[in-house]
Design a protein around this ligand. Structure first.
Ligand SMILES: [Zn+2]
Length: 338
């Protein structure tokens, strides 16, 4: 199949080193993206949750979207996947007939930026410098890493359609033109503010945590905090160390956000349900306990192998993803010890 540049882009965006969170494997995500969406009515995919002060959470498929509606325009936080993004715009249009003037990306992963293409013609895309850097570098990374992954998949006798999907992604990465990637065109280093009506959005870059390009967004007047993937509500997070993420940085980032907002903020996580600061602190406690487990094992003279074989945090077994991601979190915690 010959891929048009645009569909190539979609695949690259999905693949983009991303390891999207709920289905870690970009290939799986790409496959899922082509399935359910076209078979399900749009209103069955999306759920819009009005919070306060004109700020909304929007659940679809991928990282949770947030948006704010002002008198002249709207601002959207994160764009999920390419195939679903036009639907995001239609959901926003149900609330306002004003244009989406800005899109903020909380980090580069494909389940938060894959839909940027749909916003590119109408919105200024804003993110931390490393989000742009990693998005532009994604095809190069894929061309470097995918042949090895394809070989490994063949050796492991993985299903033919999975291998084919990986080969398609590689071909797409080779065909993509860098200038077509819908990367942020306004980037910042530490923080930026966006103004909309009487509302101010504080977009704050944190210590390297989920990735090295993470930001949280605080809607000052509404007092709503969008955490991106700095917060997985009642879920084991993904700590993307290959994208500069770090377990200790997660704690620093959470403390930064908690210190930044009033105690009665409404909190939108990157994944999971909208909650409050207490919900955010419960997740912080998981990170504290994770880091403590690695530190204690090292202090007891254990090797990394012993630690990983033994470590268990029963209090978090009901967090979704415990089985799949806990040991990789523990690996990140151990590797980050000094
Ligand atoms: Zn992510």
């Amino acid at each position: 199949m010959k891929l048009t540049p645009l569909s190539s882009l979609a695949l690259v965006a999905l693949a983009s080193t991303a390891m999207p969170v709920l289905a870690h494997d970009p290939v799986q995500v790409a496959a899922a993206a082509t399935q359910d969406h076209h078979e399900r009515p749009e209103d069955a995919i999306f759920k819009t949750n009005p919070l306060r002060g004109g700020v909304y959470a929007l659940y679809g498929r991928g990282g949770n979207v947030g948006f704010v509606v002002g008198p002249e325009y709207a601002i959207v936080i994160d764009s999920q996947f390419k195939d679903i993004a036009p639907g995001i715009l239609r959901q926003v249009a149900k609330v306002t007939d004003k244009p989406v003037k800005f899109l903020v990306n909380t980090h580069h992963h494909g389940d938060h930026t894959g839909g940027n293409d749909a916003f590119k013609p109408i919105s200024v895309i804003v993110a931390h410098e490393n989000v742009r850097r990693r998005m532009l570098r994604a095809p190069e990374d894929l061309i470097r890493d995918m042949p090895g992954r394809i070989e490994a998949a063949k050796k492991a006798a993985q299903p033919a359609d999975r291998i084919k999907a990986m080969e398609d992604q590689l071909a797409a990465a080779k065909a993509v033109r860098i200038e077509e990637i819908a990367a942020p065109i306004v980037t910042f280093d530490a923080a930026v503010k966006l103004h909309i009506g009487g509302e101010t959005l504080h977009v704050i870059h944190t210590a390297p945590a989920h990735t090295d390009g993470d930001s949280f967004v605080w809607f000052e007047k509404a007092n709503v905090l969008h955490m991106g993937d700095l917060f997985f509500n009642k879920m084991i997070p993904f700590i993307d160390t290959t994208s500069g993420g770090a377990a200790a940085g997660y704690l620093a980032a959470l403390d930064q956000a908690i210190a930044y907002v009033p105690a009665d903020a409404i909190v939108i996580p990157g994944h999971g349900d909208v909650t409050d600061v207490a919900g955010l602190k419960a997740f912080r406690q998981y990170i504290v306990d994770l880091l403590a487990s690695a530190k204690a094992a090292k202090a007891a003279g254990k090797t990394k192998e012993q630690y990983l074989a033994e470590v268990d945090l029963p209090a978090y077994k009901d967090f979704s993803g415990y089985k799949d991601r806990f040991k990789t979190n523990a690996t990140a915690a151990w590797d980050g010890l000094r």
